[in-house]
Structure formats: structure tokens, C-alpha cells
Design a protein around this ligand. Structure first.
Ligand SMILES: [Mn+2]
Length: 288
């Protein structure tokens, strides 16, 4: 077992963040290595300053981190993994418990989204990703990482996506045909972070939000450690500015950070990942 995320050594604010490592990589399409994501993120977190000089705020004033047991990997596929995740989540209260899930591949997000959607039927899922993930099924499973946003749509939830730049024609058509239910911001027509934050808030309305943050939404120059890199991704300063403008804003009920596949000999990807997570948490929890 590791020290708690960021290793704040007992100091910490009133908001409990449960950190759940789910090192699952059963259905990744290309490269592998997302099973090593949670451990790499934990280790990188011990090197990251909890103070954010731009926001002049320290995460330890707002949050305490508690580590949940590593989710045991299953070999039979994402369907069984999700059943086991559902079972584990039964001891948590979606109205009260904030869970930060560290993947693992993107399929790990769906049990969390379903968990929170039961308490919040008006939940919007905010997705940072290179891929639309709107396939109805992939490699024989409707629960594959490539289908996660289709399953979210099956729940009747609205989705807002940032950085989407890889999809097939069918998925592009789904996005075009659903302007009230799907908002997609592509890199080629990205507004300023402030304008984007306002537009997403308008789209969400008054309901809460769950964030699923796929590492490959970021540009591979700063996030090389991902199984399916796509050039032309979100810049570090853009996404961090986005969060700064997004809150005060919707209630954030929980989040995941997934698809990180650490590269041997470099800690760049996991360090960027931890800093992106911290900026989200700090931007939100300092405003509530
Ligand atoms: Mn992706």
C-alpha cells in the first residue's frame, strides 16, 4: 500500500477525497500499460507541490485524501470488472462521497458515472478526451473503453466533451444530430478557456457534473504516456485556465483520470497528470 495521494502527512482540509486506484487494462486497443497508471500517479504525487502559485491556494487547506484499496484486476472483461466495482461502491453515498478514481483504461469510468447518476438524474458528464468513445460496442463488448460515452448516453445523461479529435463518421453523425444532449469542443474550433467555460456552463444548466479525464485529451507533447496518442490535443495552460473559469460553477460530484500508460525512463506523463488533477480539485474545492 502507498502513502496517501500527495502525502500531505495528516494535514488537510475538510473535504474528503477518496482516491480509488483501478489498474484495469482489459480492452485497450493498441499499446498497453494503463494497468501501471495508478501506481505511477501515486508516486508522482509525492513530488508535486500542493501549493498552486497562480491560484495562490494550497490543496491541503481544502482537501484530505484517503486511499481506497486497489481494485483487483479481472481477466474476463470489462463487464465483470464493472460488476465488482458496483459491488464495492455500495458502501459509498453518491450524495456525500467524492471519489477520485485513477485508471486504468476508460471503461473504469462507467460504474462511477452510473453510481452518481442514480442520485443525480440531471447529472452532466464532462469528458476530456481525444476520442469520442461513442461506439455502440467494440471488440465484442458494450463496456469497452471505446464505448463509454455511448453507455453514458444510454443512461440519458448529457455529455460535454473537450479536445475530441478522433472518431469515425458514425460517431461524428451522432454528435451532429444531438446538439441538445452532446456538446463537443474540437481542437480546431476551440474558443478561449473563459469562453469555453461559459459555454459549457450554459449547456449544463443548474445540475451537477462528473468529470471523466482521459489523459489523451491532452497534447502528446506533454502527455506521451498514453496507449492511443492523438496529435493536436489540449495545451496544459488551456485546460488549466478552463478550470479556473469553470468554477465557481456546477457542483462536481466526482472525477476520474484514466488511460495513463507511464513511459519507461520518464515521469513527464504522470507528473502532468497529477498537476491536472490538482488544478481541477483546487479550482473546485476553493470555491465551495
Ligand atoms: Mn481517449
Amino acid at each position: 500500500m502507498f502513502d496517501d495521494f500527495l502525502d500531505l502527512e495528516g494535514s488537510g482540509g475538510d473535504n474528503i477525497v477518496h482516491v480509488w486506484p483501478v489498474p484495469y487494462q482489459g480492452t485497450v486497443s493498441f499499446d498497453t500499460g494503463t494497468k501501471d497508471g495508478p501506481e505511477a500517479l501515486f508516486k508522482a504525487s509525492y513530488q508535486i507541490e500542493p501549493y498552486d502559485p497562480e491560484l495562490d491556494a494550497d490543496i491541503s487547506d481544502y482537501c484530505s485524501f484517503k486511499t481506497l484499496p486497489f481494485q483487483r484486476p479481472v481477466v474476463s472483461g470489462p463487464g465483470q470488472l464493472q460488476q465488482e466495482m458496483d459491488f464495492f461502491l455500495e458502501k459509498f453515498d453518491p450524495c456525500r462521497d467524492f471519489i477520485l478514481t485513477l485508471g486504468g483504461e476508460h471503461s473504469i469510468a462507467f460504474p462511477l458515472i452510473r453510481f452518481y447518476s442514480r442520485a443525480y438524474p440531471d447529472l452532466t458528464v464532462l469528458q476530456v478526451d481525444a476520442h469520442a468513445d461513442l461506439r455502440s460496442d467494440f471488440q465484442g463488448s458494450p463496456y469497452s473503453h471505446a464505448c463509454v460515452m455511448s453507455r453514458v448516453r444510454d443512461l440519458g445523461l448529457k455529455t460535454a466533451s473537450l479536445g475530441i479529435r478522433s472518431m469515425d463518421r458514425d460517431q461524428a453523425q451522432i454528435i451532429k444530430n444531438s446538439p441538445c444532449r452532446i456538446m463537443a469542443m474540437h481542437p480546431w474550433n476551440l474558443p478561449s478557456p473563459a469562453q469555453a467555460a461559459e459555454a459549457v456552463k450554459d449547456f449544463i444548466g443548474s445540475g451537477p457534473v462528473y468529470l471523466t479525464f482521459d489523459a489523451d485529451g491532452l497534447d502528446p507533447s506533454i502527455m506521451p504516456g498514453t496507449g492511443t496518442p492523438e496529435p493536436g490535443g489540449l495545451e496544459y495552460t488551456w485546460i488549466n485556465d478552463f478550470w479556473k473559469h469553470f468554477w465557481p460553477g456546477p457542483r462536481l460530484v466526482g472525477m476520474d483520470f484514466c488511460e495513463l500508460a507511464p513511459r519507461p525512463g520518464s515521469v513527464l506523463s504522470e507528473s502532468v497528470g497529477v498537476k491536472c488533477i490538482l488544478r481541477v480539485l483546487l479550482s473546485y474545492f476553493r470555491t465551495i
